[in-house]
Design a protein around this ligand. Structure first.
Ligand SMILES: [Zn+2]
Length: 272
């Protein structure tokens, strides 16, 4: 698993790509930057394989070659990994930061659960995943092509943490999640996905480099169009639904609260 950080011109935040598997690499990360040493390259993450004491080159790693992983030197890319990448579209999940749901255990939304579930689905190899998916309502295909969680720093559907907490208080006073945002003079959903499209292209998953496309984990058909970009820079081959654990297990698992039921109803009804 790799973590790639992205800076951008639109905001001052570091957006993240959480990458599963070793077939997906960031083009901008691997680019040679003027004036940098091999040590600079390695510590900023531009290396293939594992770091270990004594390693001196970011390009060639004897241990990696022996393990048969993809090598940036060009010698170590086995036919098998190229083949599996060609045959399968990687699973992609676009996730927006939710401090309350992921870190503070808030029961008002299912963001923490969805983030965990996406990572779980991307962590399983082909055979295991089909067993695991039997527990769910709909089976999820293998992730042998790897997976990416694009983690966008747009808290509270893009309105920020402070405003989100105000919206929560309005919800306690009787508004639903969409009405609360509108009362605060924010759009119902202030998120944008242009950065996600650009990050996917940088990860080699754009249509030019990866015509097989991606499989997008989402319940929201509008997200498919948003991620594909204005000129269809990325192609979503398939939409894979994310079923809340509480629904797929008849309430046995997953987050439970009065608030979450209302949140999911509004999400399905207003935002689809
Ligand atoms: Zn949330």
């Amino acid at each position: 698993m790799f973590l790639h950080l992205y800076h951008n011109d639109l905001d001052d935040k570091e957006h993240l790509a959480i990458v599963f598997g070793n077939s997906i690499r960031s083009r901008s990360l691997d680019e040679v930057r003027p004036g940098e040493t091999e040590m600079d390259r390695m510590i900023r993450g531009a290396y293939v394989g594992k770091l270990h004491p004594g390693r001196v080159s970011s390009w060639y790693d004897e241990q990696t070659e022996r393990e048969g992983s993809a090598g940036a030197s060009g010698n170590g890319t086995p036919a098998q990994s190229a083949e599996s990448r060609d045959n399968k579209a990687p699973l992609v999940r676009i996730h927006s930061e939710c401090y309350t749901g992921e870190t503070a255990w808030s029961a008002r939304c299912d963001c923490g659960e969805q983030l965990d579930e996406a990572a779980r689905l991307m962590s399983f190899p082909l055979e295991t995943l089909s067993d695991v998916s039997n527990q769910n309502v709909s089976p999820v295909l293998s992730n042998s092509a790897g997976g990416v969680i694009i983690y966008l720093r747009q808290e509270g559907r893009g309105i920020g943490l402070g405003e989100k907490l105000k919206a929560y208080n309005l919800q306690d006073l009787g508004s639903d999640t969409v009405e609360a945002n509108l009362l605060l003079r924010h759009p119902a959903d202030a998120r944008s996905y242009g950065l996600a499209t650009a990050m996917l292209v940088d990860l080699g998953l754009g249509v030019n480099e990866h015509p097989e496309g991606i499989r997008l984990l989402t319940n929201n058909p509008d997200k498919v169009r948003a991620i594909e970009g204005l000129n269809r820079e990325v192609v979503v081959k398939e939409r894979v639904p994310m079923v809340p654990l509480a629904w797929s297990t008849g309430g046995q698992k997953g987050i439970k609260s009065m608030e979450i039921e209302g949140y999911l109803r509004t999400k399905v009804g207003s935002l689809s």
